[in-house]
Design a protein around this ligand. Structure first.
Ligand code: IPD
Length: 280
């Protein structure tokens, strides 16, 4: 017997509720002074501790509110469920910013449906149904539900997001990010060297979920990265898509860890050609 269609508006509300609670936890729990060198060298540093605490909060609250659903988190991995839905969470996206006290980090919560590989959801086959990205430093909450659009809530209220088709490549402000692996970084640097002379400028904010939300809001014109984890992009991808941005891999297929490019429809096409088959 087929299951009833999920209520994406209700799922979005749950995503917002739990992401706000985790956002409050990580911003309140970050000491004003973090000894960067010491915390980096210790396996139980403040970042690790807050990552774990935030994920634990998300896991506990989602288990209470949605006991049938599976859970995939950056820290604790995958826990299967029975409903076909999986919550995909990043308890602190922008961990390095968080460590250094740079005010660009977020909690990212998405819920996905994957009928093709229900035993372990895969970005190649899943559909993101709803998501929330909470930026506690800016008091901004980004949300989306499939087919219902994307919104930004801040101190001025809630507004619907619409991405334009985008400027010409030469006028585009393009965000990107770099992985942690040195070999990948060398390739990413080579792509940057080729792209930088062809665009208005590049940005490396350090938080993939916020980069995707920035595309949705027109704060940047495009964002691309290779090597992301599913929890980095699941919620932000829906925010950008529901705002009207095109989000694919570098060949026009489904975005994933192998490649993600988000931009207004016209710019997306030009940027995809510019990136070509380069290791982006
Ligand atoms: C990272 C950030 C960063 C991106 C990296 C990600 P994390 O996530 O989203 O912007 O460039 O590829 O791994 O480690 O802070 O959760």
């Amino acid at each position: 017997m087929s299951r009833p269609a999920p209520d994406v508006a209700q799922l979005r509300e749950i995503a917002v509720t739990v992401a706000l609670a985790a956002g409050e936890l990580i911003s309140a729990g970050r000491p004003n002074q973090v000894e960067v060198a010491a915390t980096k060298s210790s396996p139980t540093d403040v970042v690790t501790a807050m990552d774990t605490a935030s994920e634990q909060l998300l896991r506990t609250e989602l288990a209470r509110l949605r006991p049938e659903d599976a859970f995939l988190g950056e820290e604790g991995g995958y826990e299967p469920g029975r409903s076909g839905l999986t919550w995909v969470v990043d308890p602190i996206d922008g961990t390095v910013n968080y460590l250094y006290g740079l005010r660009a980090y977020a909690v990212s919560v998405a819920v996905v449906l994957d009928e093709e590989s229900p035993e372990r959801p895969d970005p190649a086959t899943w559909t993101v149904l709803a998501g929330a990205v909470v930026d506690p430093s800016q008091s901004e909450t980004w949300t989306a539900a499939r087919g219902l659009g994307a919104t930004l809530t801040d101190s001025r209220g809630t507004r619907r997001l619409t991405t334009s088709a985008g400027p010409r490549l030469g006028q585009a402000l393009v965000a990107t990010g770099f992985g942690y692996d040195a070999g990948r970084r060398a390739e990413q640097a080579a792509v940057v060297a080729r792209l930088l002379p062809r665009v208005r400028d590049l940005r490396r904010v350090g938080t993939a979920s916020l980069d995707l939300c920035s595309v949705a809001a027109g704060r940047v014109d495009a964002y691309y990265e290779r090597g992301l984890n599913p929890w980095d992009f699941a919620a932000g991808l829906l925010v950008a898509t529901e705002a009207g941005a095109a989000v694919t891999d570098f060949d026009g297929g489904p975005a994933g860890s192998h490649g993600l490019l988000a931009a207004g429809s016209d710019l997306h096409e030009h940027l995809r050609k510019a990136l070509g088959n380069d290791e982006a």
